[in-house]
Design a protein around this ligand. Sequence first.
Ligand SMILES: C=C(O[C@H]1C=CC=C(C(=O)O)[C@@H]1O)C(=O)O
Length: 369
Amino acid sequence: MNQFFDQLQEQLNAQKPFVVYRKPNEDVVAAVLQEDAVLHYVKDYQESGFVFAPFDSNSASILIPNKTIITTNYSAEEQTKSTADASTVNTSIQTEKEAHIALVKNGVSAISKGLLTKVVLSRSIEKITQKEPLALFKELLATYKTAFCYLWYHPKVGMWLGATPEVLLKTTNQRIETSSLAGTQVYKEGEEPVWGEKEYNEQDVVTQFIKNELADKVVNLKAGSVASVRAGKLWHLRTKITGVMHNNLKEILTALHPTPATCGFPKLAAKEFILAHENYNRSFYTGFLGELNFSKEQFRAKTKRNIENRAYTAITKVSNLYVNLRCAELTQDVVKVYVGGGITIGSNPEKEWEETVAKSGTMLRIILK
Ligand SMILES: C=C(O[C@H]1C=CC=C(C(=O)O)[C@@H]1O)C(=O)O
């Protein structure tokens, strides 16, 4: 494992692009390395590589082609787990709070005028840290086993770090899986979450949006039941949605991104509201990232039907894309953590502020530890 991280450190020292990541509940940590500093863009989503897409789909998505992939096995038990608590993190600076509450009130007012049903409003928090990026990434691995943990670097773009709980889209050949994740509560030891109408509504907007958007692009579209899922010290509501796509990946992604889990509903009105009122650039926060069109060899045992073939290996094309949440942008000494929450007619501005504080704990308890 040390050799693996030494290689990444060398890549970083040489200012060459790379991404290192671990999928939820897996032990394999993979890295995609680029030999030069060329900035590659995704053109039609037929490419293979690691995609890093911004919130604003009018801006280009970046690709690290998957020519060189290295892996290691990582066990969280090998690392000392973080014991720092979210409550030790003090982000409640009065001016930040007032600004966020004003933004939320503005959102609720637009909703009450009937301009929108839901809008996701966010902010950023800046902290100073001397911690090394790879050390931060290793701490994420040890702390958030069920998240998609990553560290992404391109010398012409910057460096991002995150531990996201949200799947945007998984594909295996034509089969797809997506999810609607929304509604937040703070996790309390030994207690199951009890959800209110506001959270169920906020999450249902996402489920209905996904079902409508995919209705003419996917066959056998099925939505499971709503379940509570844990993400570190938070709970969310989630519905898994599956089907078989008959359109291409680009059309599916264009239809989905950004979902009302990160933007709002209706999509265009919510996006316009965000761009006009948030007063900062989300950049890659609430964009998406992950493996695009990776080839996976699948071993198939012989069956009665193909008895003459013996065992054979089939090549499957897979994509594993996650929404870029619970993330931070790293510059020289400053870490910028991004957080937001879904605003509906039932939103209480003070509680929405507290929700962003709780969500910021995912990254801040690693950064400030
Ligand atoms: C926009 C964020 O979370 C989304 C995902 C889960 C729950 C959410 C919520 O309860 O508002 C948000 O929709 C964020 O973490 O910055």
